[in-house]
Design a protein around this ligand. Structure first.
Ligand code: PLP
Length: 386
């Protein structure tokens, strides 16, 4: 099948695999990067340092601002619960949006359960949170705002520059889940007023099970660790580092830094071709607005067709209905609901997501397959004939 689900995860770049293999199979480095007293530890430590530098360079941060985690889920947990635990007072209030990834929303629900006051902001129909909503909803007890950079289902892009500036002025901590934006939008931490930024290697052609949390040094951000132990990662995240995965993550970031311009151009072309090929199908609705959206995601509703049936009919295409994480449930996507998509249309939605290795031929083939499947399913639909 043709892989059009890059927002769920990406295949590893062959250069990343090579680097990890070299590290493991050829050089046989197995030391603990925290073992400071011998050669085995030093080798591992050096490999971690090089990778940390690469990762920091990608977002123009200081390498001391990068903390390794097991992925963006853990980074989000550390950022949100860590800030709350360290700084909480009576009546602490925190803000997020209704279209965040579950790993942010569930942290907020957890803190709400713990007695924290929480505001969930709804986006407009394009999936955008306006700064004036934030201004209207803060109060003197607002401690933290967490807003994602790019949404994983519809691709909408938030104005993190503006929100960050406002938060800094008001002395409110600002956390950004950048899992879907890294590699699709250039991020320069020197130009942004962001305190904490989460991201993950497996969305950028790196290995699974490794991610990072950027924790600002200027201003210095303090938060409570969520995993206690040997004090690795400056005490923010204990546990022996998975050096081979970190090596892969670093290489993925190095490649991205060199390739991003090309990747973005490529995805932009493909997105246009895909939509131009599909847009004449009757009764289809674009849930991603191209004025406010990244180039690698297109979310489309095919009216009168169940998304699940369409997925089955498109056996040769790997795509998602709703978000990968929520598609186990038959509830319509909460993101689509939040931007005002009606239940029937939310049920008939498919997310196509493209990446570095997507080819023109694959897109041409996908267009033909989708058109065929839509025609066939609509013929079977009693509602369509009416
Ligand atoms: N945040 C967003 C926006 C995502 O799309 C994902 C991945 O599905 C995550 C967080 C979780 O990332 P990870 O799989 O690295 O835990």
């Amino acid at each position: 099948p043709i892989y059009l689900d890059y927002a769920a995860t990406t295949p590893m770049d062959s250069k990343v695999k090579k680097k990890m293999n070299q590290y493991y199979l050829i050089n046989d480095i197995f030391g603990n990067s925290a073992s400071r007293s011998h050669q085995f530890g030093w080798e591992a430590e050096e490999a971690v340092d090089i990778s940390r530098n690469e990762i920091a360079k990608l977002i123009n941060a200081d390498s001391r601002e990068i903390i390794f985690t097991s992925g963006a889920t853990e980074s989000n947990n550390l950022a949100i619960k860590g800030i709350y635990e360290f700084h909480k007072k009576k009546n602490t209030h925190i803000i997020t949006s209704t279209i965040e990834h579950k790993s942010v929303l569930d942290c907020y629900r957890y803190l709400e359960y713990k007695g924290c006051n929480v505001t969930y902001l709804s986006p407009n129909k394009y999936g955008i949170i306006k700064i004036k909503q934030i201004k209207k909803n803060i109060n003197k007890n607002t401690l933290l705002i967490s807003i994602m950079h790019v949404n994983n289902e519809i691709g909408s892009i938030q104005n993190i520059k503006k929100i960050g500036k406002f938060c800094r002025k008001k002395r409110i901590f600002f956390h950004v889940d950048a899992t879907q934006s890294i590699g699709k939008i250039k991020i320069n931490m020197q130009k942004l007023k962001i305190d904490l930024l989460s991201f993950s290697a497996h969305k950028i052609y790196g290995p699974k099970g490794i991610g990072a949390l950027y924790i600002s040094k200027k201003p210095r951000i303090r938060l409570s660790p969520q995993i206690h132990g040997g004090g690795q990662e400056r005490g923010f995240r204990s546990g022996t580092l998975p050096v081979h995965q970190i090596v892969g993550f670093g290489e993925a970031c190095r490649i991205l830094r060199k390739n991003m311009h090309h990747d973005i151009k490529h995805m932009k072309n493909l997105q246009k071709i895909l939509w131009n090929g599909l847009k004449n199908i009757e009764e289809i609705y674009l849930n991603s607005n191209f004025n406010y959206c990244v180039y690698n995601i297109i979310n489309i509703s095919f009216n009168y067709i169940e998304g699940e049936s369409l997925l089955m009919a498109l056996k040769n295409l790997a795509v998602s209905s709703g978000s990968a994480c929520t598609s186990q449930s038959l509830e319509p996507s909460y993101v689509l609901k939040s931007i005002g998509v009606k239940d029937e249309l939310a049920h008939s939605s498919i997310r196509f997501s493209l990446g570095r290795f997507t080819t023109y031929q694959e897109i041409e083939y996908a267009i033909i397959e989708i058109k065929k499947a839509v025609l066939k399913l609509r013929k079977l639909s009693p509602l369509w004939e009416m």
